[in-house]
Design a protein around this ligand. Structure first.
Ligand SMILES: N[C@@H](CCC[C@H](N)C(=O)O)C(=O)O
Length: 285
């Protein structure tokens, strides 16, 4: 018998979900995850997500491997997929829930709370953003220090960047037109730039209106993806701190829109979007 899995996507950012609720360490090695993510020789995905038992008083724990086998701290689209997957597993076992229903999920970025809404969307309390400051991302400071709009040189060109952490690192660059960005050329250069010792996710943002932003993303450990939830949250924060957007905006990604709201009452970011079950099966390892 193979390994049971379900494949989900959040706006085309796709994941293999594994039921890891009975073991406290991931069922797969990073190397096995790389094989399953391969789009020719495996199932194909941007990452593998493990639904583990809860820790520190939470219902569950989420861990994730990128398609290159590295382990990020958080994944915004992935946690919406995990909430849908948990609902699917619990409903199958006869323990369905009435919506709205919230899970508390422990991640390497702390406790994250996704809520399944009655209309099928998922709203995630993503916690507070942090700025990446000083020698960019080695020093974390509280949001509000306003260490923003710093120059870095990539391919002999100076770019103004704002770096924000949603648990995982993001480097945001404002551009006139996302369609003109040579993503495959620039993405790896930002990802592996020496100022980012942990590597970085990179977002190119076009401000269409203060409440409507277009985003192109190059993900650490996964390359160009159709969407990035933590990236959309980090980009809204960067846009607000640079005086370019409202605190509540639609972020349009290649795979579709996310609604992002940076609350003034608790300083938390709330992300709302979809998550879809594609298929379930058994994988040969
Ligand atoms: N696609 C994700 C982010 C996944 C992790 C990222 N590649 C990293 O290494 O930090 C999202 O939706 O947030």
């Amino acid at each position: 018998m193979g390994l049971p899995f379900s494949k989900y996507h959040g706006l085309g950012n796709d994941f293999i979900l594994l039921d890891n609720r009975h073991q406290s360490s991931p069922l797969l090695t990073p190397e096995q995850a790389v094989k399953l993510c391969d789009r020719n020789f495996g199932i194909g995905a941007d990452g593998v997500i493990f639904a583990l038992p809860g820790e520190q008083g939470t219902d569950y724990t989420m861990r994730i491997f990128n398609s290159d086998g590295s382990e990020p701290e958080m994944c915004g689209n992935g946690i919406r997929c995990m909430a849908k997957y948990l609902e699917y597993l619990e409903t199958k076992a006869g323990h369905g829930h009435v919506t709205p229903y919230s899970y508390t999920i422990n991640t390497l970025a702390g406790k994250i709370v996704p809520t399944l809404q009655t209309d099928g969307q998922i709203t995630v309390n993503m916690g507070q953003p942090r700025l990446l400051a000083g020698d960019i991302p080695t020093l974390l400071t509280e949001a509000g220090d306003k260490v923003i709009d710093q120059p870095i040189t990539v391919a002999n060109h100076s770019y103004q960047v704002t770096c924000v952490s949603m648990g995982n690192p993001h480097c945001i660059i404002f551009v006139e037109d996302t369609d003109a960005v040579p993503l495959a050329q620039l993405g790896p250069l930002f990802e592996n730039h020496p100022v980012f010792p942990q590597r970085t996710n990179t977002e190119f943002i076009q401000i269409v209106r203060p409440d409507y932003l277009k985003m192109l993303v190059w993900e650490r450990g996964a390359g160009a993806t159709l969407a990035c939830g933590t990236g959309a949250c980090a980009s809204l924060v960067a846009a607000v701190l640079n005086g370019k957007s409202d605190r509540k905006a639609t972020i349009e990604l290649p795979g579709g829109p996310l609604q992002i709201d940076w609350s003034t009452s608790d300083n938390h970011i709330y992300m709302t979007g979809s998550a879809v079950l594609v298929f379930s099966g058994e994988a040969n390892l």
